[in-house]
Design a protein around this ligand. Structure first.
Ligand code: FE2
Length: 170
């Protein structure tokens, strides 16, 4: 039988690995995008936020003394997965559209993870941790909303540029 605290720590470690994965993906996207300046600016902004999220989760993991070999290995596996996905996405002729679709899905995975962590922290009466998760959740929702609001325009600009043989893919 597992206890609430074990589940909480497992979700916290998974969220940290997820943020590390996000840093790898967002870094690759921000380096490659050229023809979509608004998207590039927003990705760079969220990269800065994401680095701060990863740091905040590291602080929490240290606080709960939950760091160890297992989480380090899981983090590394997540990073390698992100690298593989990043490389895969770059081989497509529509990588900017694929990237925005993947980011939109990823932000919602993050939103779900933080909602779970908020509920667990509340159950465990860990109010400082809960406040950290709520602050991060707000930034994930803002990024998801931005992507939702811009998916239409990015797709149309991609199609227009592709049609005119302008650099469209990134
Ligand atoms: Fe995010």
């Amino acid at each position: 039988m597992t206890h609430a605290r074990d589940n909480f720590l497992a979700w916290l470690r998974a969220a940290h690995a997820m943020e590390e994965q996000a840093i790898t993906t967002l870094s690759a996207q921000s380096r490659r995008i050229e023809s979509y300046p608004d998207l590039k600016t927003r990705i760079v902004q969220h990269l800065r936020e994401t680095e701060e999220h990863a740091q905040a989760l590291t602080t929490l993991l240290d606080h709960f003394s939950a760091t160890g070999g297992v989480s380090a290995i899981k983090d590394m596996a997540a990073k390698l997965t992100a690298k593989a996905q990043g490389v895969g996405g770059m081989l497509t002729s529509d990588e900017v559209v694929k990237g925005v679709m993947a980011s939109y899905a990823f932000e919602h995975m993050e939103i779900a993870s933080y909602r779970v962590l908020i509920a667990a922290a509340d159950e465990l009466d860990e109010m400082e941790a809960k406040a950290v998760f709520e602050r991060i959740l707000g930034e994930e929702i803002a990024m998801a909303n931005w992507l939702e609001a811009n998916l239409d325009a990015i797709t149309r600009v991609f199609l227009m540029r592709d049609e005119r043989d302008l650099m469209a893919k990134r």
